[in-house]
Every structure is written in C-alpha cells, then in structure tokens.
Design a protein around this ligand. Structure first.
Ligand code: TYM
Length: 376
C-alpha cells in the first residue's frame, strides 16, 4: 500500500517505508483489531496474556475468534510461519517467532515453518540458489535456538522439499489470475515470471497438514502485517480447495535504529543481527535515532520524547518485560531525569546478554537441525 504524501507509507511483503499507520492498515487491508473480548478468550487458554499481546504488539487478526471457537469444540489448529532467507536473522524476525513458540506451548500444536530459499532467489537479483539455501540452514538455527520442540516443529526448505509442495501449489496457482496477483503484489512488466508464480508456494503450508495427516484443520499464522497480502489471496480460494480459510494474527514491525519503516537486513548499520558481536551492538545502539535534545543541559531542563525514540521502542518490544519499570523509564525520559546515553548503555547491555545466550543455543542447534526437517 502506498500514499503520495511526503511521509509516504509503503507496506508490502518486500518493502516497508515511512511511518507505519497501523489503524490505517487494519482499514485498508480489511483485517480486524484484537478486541478486549478476544483477549479474554485467548486468556482462557493461555493463562496470563503474553507481553506481546498485553502491549498490543500483536494488534490485528483474521478469524482468530473462529479458530478459538473450533478449538473449544476440540477441532485443533496448526501454526504456520516462515522466513525468507536473504541474510542473517535480525531481532525483528524473532518477534513473531517468540510469540509462535508461546502459542505452540500453550495450545500444544504443530508448527509448519517455511524457509523460502526459492522466493529469495527469484526476488533478489544478486543472490544465488546456493546462497539462499545456506542462509536457510543458518536461519533455521535461530528458530531452533528459541526452544521449539522437534516433535512438533516441521521446517520446510522449499527447494529441497518442493516435491511435497508442488501439487498444492498448482491447485492454488490455477485459481489466482494475473490481474489479482498484480493488484495484491504490484507486479510490473519487468517482474520475472518466477516471482509471479511464487506466491502460490507461500500458500501451500496453510494446507499441508491435511495432505500429510488426513486431518483437515485450520492453520493460524503469526507474522508481521507485511505478509498479509499473501493470506488475502489464499483465503479467497481455500474453501474451493476443500480446506479451512487460514487465520492470521499480525504484529507490528520493529523499526530500524534509524527510525521509521522496519528493521531490515538491507540496512545493516541500523539492524541488530542475532550473530552480531558485542562491539557492533554497542556501536549501532550508540548511533541510534532517539527523541533526545541537542545538549544534555537542554534535555535535563525540558526532557526528551520517548514516542519517537527507537531505543525506547526496543525496550517496549523486547527488552523490558516489566511494565512498571518501562513506565518508570518513560517518565524519567520525559522529565529529563535520564539521558539518552544511559538508556543506550542499558539497552546495549541487555541486547548483548540476550545475544550471548541466543548464540550459544544457536551453535548447539547445529547438532539437532535434522530432527526439525519435514523430511526427517
Ligand atoms: P521475512 O524473512 O521477511 O520475515 C520473517 C518474519 O519476520 C517478520 N518480520 C518482522 N517482524 C517484526 N519486525 C520486523 N522489523 C520484521 N521484519 C520481518 C515477517 O512478517 C515474517 O513473519 N515471505 C516470507 C517468508 C514466509 C512467511 C510465511 C512469513 C513464508 N511463509 C508464513 C510469515 C508467515 C518472508 O520473506 O519473511
């Protein structure tokens, strides 16, 4: 989606720019906000609400209520999410995966995880198939490091596993016209035809559980809102193919350290990769865009603005679970009691602590990755 004004917002699966207006996305994508009633329904099954729901990082959905109603009638669902392996994983990608792990634990459901080495090959001019496949295997280590259980987690490496996907992809592709795909994804005359067919492949894991087990249950997809165009198309044809419409729960996009848009691998200096070393993290955080004033003296006098500060957002999204401490930090920022240097040092320390542990688990994951492959 684009608009013509100077703070132009663009949100597509391949590009996010400008200040993202989430209420406008709900309206224009035609999704539903997560109501208080729905939160209570979720809470019935999960106990305490996950911080990402409490803080409205997950803010929108399609048919989550339907999936929960079916669950209450003992019709289970499966989880589906994925990654386009174009480089290292960054901490923004971890947001939907951490939430997916929470849902897997609470609802005891299977997860299908699609590693789209084919997508990244057709979309990114400079990447070879060998590279996207290598990134795919490296990125899977990040998923496994979050603690998913192999018995319930099935990673699909598209190129390697295409024989399991191709029949459903064809059924899907036959039911999407070029003009529908063009309207959803903005294809141009210069778009290569691999890319044009590709969305049919991202639809397949919505339905693969039925093919593998004979059990026709809905898929619930936790992902950021940028992936939504895929599901609009898939939902339109699901019932024609005899399946449930896939349901979604959408999260916001963690911004890059430069502010605006989303954290994105193509801008490495404003992105924290899960493989970054402590010095790199410190340097990137030190250069982050904040809501601070020109001088310390001025800031002590008039305070700063956490609403526009990327450092504050990182505490909010991932690195301060305690609501009381977060509110305290916000108050101290607005009043000028705390300066940006302190917040940056605290954040860098927390991220480095998290990454040290994540990197250790990521290395251990090398020994067990085969247990997660859908063809195990
Ligand atoms: P990809 O690799 O762009 O993103 C992987 C997942 O991370 C989410 N995401 C973010 N979340 C929060 N903050 C950010 N800055 C941020 N950047 C990305 C994405 O929404 C996604 O959930 N085509 C897909 C791969 C895929 C997929 C799926 C994703 C295949 N099947 C099913 C989600 C669900 C892709 O390139 O994702």
């Amino acid at each position: 989606m684009t608009d013509g004004d100077k703070n132009e917002m663009i949100v597509t699966p391949w590009e996010v720019k400008g200040k993202v207006d989430y209420e406008r996305l709900i309206r224009e994508f035609g999704t539903q906000p997560i109501s208080e009633e729905l939160l209570q329904k979720i809470k019935k099954h999960t106990g305490e609400l996950h911080p990402q729901l409490r803080r409205q990082l997950f803010f929108s959905h399609r048919d989550l209520d339907t999936v929960l109603n079916l669950y209450e009638k003992e019709i289970k669902f499966v989880l589906y999410t994925g990654r386009g392996p174009s480089g290292a994983v960054h901490i923004g990608h971890l947001i939907p995966w951490i939430f997916t792990k929470h849902l897997q634990d609470k609802f005891k459901t299977r997860l299908y995880f699609q590693m789209t080495d084919d997508e990244k090959f057709v979309v990114e001019d400079e990447l070879t198939l060998k590279e996207t496949s290598q990134f795919g295997h490296e990125n899977a280590l990040d998923l496994i490091a979050l603690g998913f259980k192999p018995e319930d987690t099935f990673i699909i490496f598209d190129v390697q596993d295409i024989d399991m996907l191709y029949d459903i992809a064809l059924e899907v592709a036959k039911r999407i016209t070029y003009s529908t795909a063009k309207a959803a994804f903005g294809f141009q005359d210069s778009t290569n035809i691999g890319w044009i067919f590709w969305p049919a492949i991202q639809a397949v894991p919505c339905f693969i559980h039925a093919k593998l087990t004979g059990e026709n249950v809905p898929a619930l997809i936790p992902a950021a809102i940028d992936q939504d165009p895929y599901w609009r198309l898939t939902r339109d044809l699901a019932q024609k193919l005899g399946y449930h419409k896939p349901a979604q729960i959408h999260c916001r996009l963690l911004p890059g350290l430069g502010g605006g848009g989303k954290m994105s691998s193509s801008e490495p200096e404003t992105t924290i990769f899960t493989t970054d070393l402590p010095e790199a993290v410190k340097r990137k955080i030190w250069n982050a865009f904040t809501g601070g004033k020109g001088t310390a003296a001025e800031q002590k006098k008039t305070g700063a603005d956490p609403d526009v500060c990327t450092v504050f957002q990182y505490f909010y999204y991932l690195f301060e679970e305690d609501d009381r401490k977060l509110t305290e930090r916000e108050k101290e920022c607005r009043s000028g009691e705390i300066l940006c240097g302190e917040c940056k040092a605290d954040l860098a320390e927390r991220i480095n602590k998290f990454l040290a542990e994540h990197q250790r688990k990521r290395e251990q994951a090398r020994n067990i990755i085969d247990k997660f492959h859908i063809k195990r």
